[in-house]
Design a protein around this ligand. Sequence first.
Ligand SMILES: Nc1ncnc2c1ncn2[C@@H]1O[C@H](COP(=O)(O)OP(=O)(O)O)[C@@H](O)[C@H]1O
Ligand SMILES: [Mg+2]
Length: 142
Amino acid sequence: MTAGHGEFAFGAGLHARGLHKRFGGVQAVRDISFDVPHGGVFAIIGPNGAGKSTLLNLMSGLHQPDEPAAGLNAAEVERLAERFRILRERGITLVLVEHNMDLVMQVADRVLVMDYGEHLFEGAPAEVQTHPAVIAAYLGGG
Ligand SMILES: Nc1ncnc2c1ncn2[C@@H]1O[C@H](COP(=O)(O)OP(=O)(O)O)[C@@H](O)[C@H]1O
Ligand SMILES: [Mg+2]
C-alpha cells in the first residue's frame, strides 16, 4: 500500500519506508522509516509540530487513537494504561501518538521520537528518556 510519498506494508507487523509529506514550504514528514513488530505498543512522540499527526494521517488505513490521554486526570491515565496492557497481552498491535510521557513510558515497547518532521531517535522507553537529543528537543520545542 502506498500513502503519499513512501510505502507501507502490513503483514507480520507494520513496516514503513521513506515516508515524506510536504505542506507548501513545510516538510512535515521527512524520510521516516520504522518497523512495528506484530503485537506490542509502538509509540510516536515529539514536540508540537514534529509531524506525528501527519505521519498517522499517512497511515490512514489504521484506526488512530490520537493522543488518547489528552484531558485525562492521573487516575484516568492509569486506567488507560491498564487497557493498553490488556490489549497487548491479547497480541494486538498498537501505534500510539501521545504527549503524556508517563503513559508512553509505562506501556510502549518501542518509541519513535520525531522532531521537525525527522526521525530523531528510536528505542526502548528507558533509552528515550535519557537520550540527550530527545531531552534537548523537548526543552527547546516547548
Ligand atoms: N494541513 C496542513 N496544512 C499545512 N501545514 C500543515 C498541515 N498539517 C500539518 N501541517 C504542518 O506540518 C507540521 C507537522 O504538523 P503535525 O503533523 O500536526 O505535528 P504534530 O502532530 O507532531 O504536532 C507543522 O509545521 C504543521 O504546521
Ligand atoms: Mg498532532
